[in-house]
Design a protein around this ligand. Structure first.
Ligand code: GDP
Ligand code: IMO
Ligand code: MG
Length: 435
């Protein structure tokens, strides 16, 4: 029986938390496969709002086993605080399983994330400063510490001493910061080790045994396709692979077990941090009118970062990115979110291609300079202006809203199976589509 991958198709914050939580009703496992607490996934059910950073969405269902897979970078202090908060809200987190292969975010990773961003000045990425990049860099350099190292303190100390010697030299001599004490870090992490012990598992084997029993696994991506280290808008990306391929390495399963790849796609686009964004609504692109539309979209969509509280940049839907995401991830269907936010506008724009030096690009351009300087070529569609948040069937949507959805579907050439009209579980319309 199958695994299903859920992946963001834009620059993150597409509504993966809502979609995962909704679809988790029918599955046995929900697995986070990459990223760390740079993610912020919001789930709203009735009066309850959960903002999850490391715990997989799906934790609300008692029948679901949440799994933190091999490809995740884990800040143990942050995870324990998140677990405490979930328990305080009355949730049972005892089923959580954590891979011993996940890498540990260490205090020097967080510090290096902060100081290197400062050092980059105008070239900075606008990271979440959670230590993600430095932790993945150590993983690739083979000097990282993993969750399993917490259970052999002799090895933990040996590895820490080696890496900290070099990191302290960099922190003090390059960045003029105080060196860190290996004894203090060891004491801190030994406490985490004891608290995390009940959750540690051989998650790869757990998942394969489940697949053999015919159980179902939802693989929950963090970030999004355009933030992918290999396939995103490098260097303005995160340091992991959110794309569907990353789900396989990050969870330790092969392609034959994957039945569906669902792209979570916002009805417009947002981005946090720096980097190119062709359909961005901003004064320097389209003047004051565009800036005002962008302000309104951000206000209605409440586009503020779940993790850092930063204001998200906003723009019109971009079909070039959606087509790219369909290819890179092998999408079988889309889950379209936040259609209700577009009720605020009389006219809607959809980017169908980029124009650069007189040439139109319907597919993602091969060179970053084209992407950086591309002008969006738009189609205009009429808005509907009605509040659609109480609509519960696709057929009951205003005709203009249906036309908008169907236009996106045609431009992206991937069926849109779900249309979300609000943050709650029941604000989701399912369409009858063929995949
Ligand atoms: P994620 O990182 O992809 O999980 O997305 P975030 O949780 O960071 O951001 C998405 C935000 O939009 C959250 O606050 C959700 O509660 C909210 N949301 C999700 N779907 C909808 C929708 O269809 N309409 C509206 N208005 N809000 C939504
Ligand atoms: P979810 O899972 C939106 C962005 C940061 C920055 C870049 C690199 O909620 O969709 P990092 O701290 O990862 O080294 O920062 O990536 N970023 C996100 N943007 N949603 C996220 O996660 C993000 N995680 C990282 O803003 O531009
Ligand atoms: Mg988010």
């Amino acid at each position: 029986m199958p695994a299903v991958i859920i992946v963001g198709t834009q620059w993150g914050d597409e509504g993966k938390g809502k979609a995962t939580d909704l679809l988790a009703d029918d599955v046995d496992f929900v697995v986070r496969y990459q990223g760390g607490n740079n993610a912020g996934h919001t789930i709203i059910v009735g009066e309850r709002t959960l903002k999850l950073h490391l715990v997989p969405s799906g934790v609300m269902y008692p029948h679901v086993t949440p799994v933190i897979g091999d490809g995740v970078v884990l800040d143990p202090g942050v995870l324990l605080t998140e677990l405490d908060e979930l328990v305080a809200q009355g949730l049972d987190v005892s089923k959580l399983k954590i891979s011993g292969n996940a890498h540990l975010i260490m205090p020097y990773h967080r510090e290096l994330d902060r100081v290197t961003e400062r050092y980059l000045g105008r070239q900075k990425l606008g990271t979440t400063k959670r230590g993600i990049g430095p932790c993945y860099a150590d993983k690739a350099a083979r000097v990282g510490l993993r969750v399993q190292d917490l259970y052999d303190m002799k090895i933990f100390r040996q590895k820490l001493d080696v890496v900290l010697k070099e990191r302290n030299a960099v922190l003090s001599r390059v960045y003029n910061r105080l060196p860190m004490s290996s004894a203090d870090i060891e004491t801190e992490y030994a406490v985490y080790a004891e608290r995390l012990r009940p959750y540690i598992a051989d998650t790869m084997t757990v998942l394969h045994d489940a697949l053999e029993r015919g159980e179902t696994i939802l693989l929950e991506g963090a970030q999004g396709t355009l933030l992918d280290l290999d396939h995103g808008t490098y260097p303005f990306v995160t340091s992991s692979n959110p794309v569907a391929g990353g789900a396989l390495t990050g969870a330790g399963i092969g392609p034959k077990d994957v039945e569906k790849v669902i792209g979570i796609t916002k009805a417009y686009v947002t981005r946090v941090g720096t980097g190119p964004f062709p359909t961005e609504l901003r004064a320097s692109g389209g003047g004051q009118a565009d800036a005002a539309t962008g302000e309104e979209m951000g206000r209605v969509g409440q586009e503020f970062g779940t993790t850092t509280g930063r204001k998200r940049r906003v723009g019109w839907f971009d079909a070039v990115l959606a087509r790219y995401a369909a290819r890179v991830n092998g999408l079988t269907e889309h889950f379209l979110t936040k259609l209700d936010v577009l009720s605020a506008f009389d006219t809607l724009k959809v980017c169908r291609a980029y124009r650069y030096e007189g040439e139109d690009y319907e597919h993602f351009p091969p060179h970053q300079s084209i992407f950086h300087h591309a002008e969006a070529v738009y189609e205009q569609l009429p808005g509907w202006r009605d509040d659609i948040t109480a609509v519960r069937t696709y057929a009951a949507l205003p005709k203009q809203a249906q036309a908008y959805v169907e236009q996106l579907e045609e431009l992206c050439a991937v069926p849109i199976r779900w249309v979300s009209v609000g943050p709650e579980r029941d604000q989701t319309l399912e369409r009858d589509v063929h995949t």
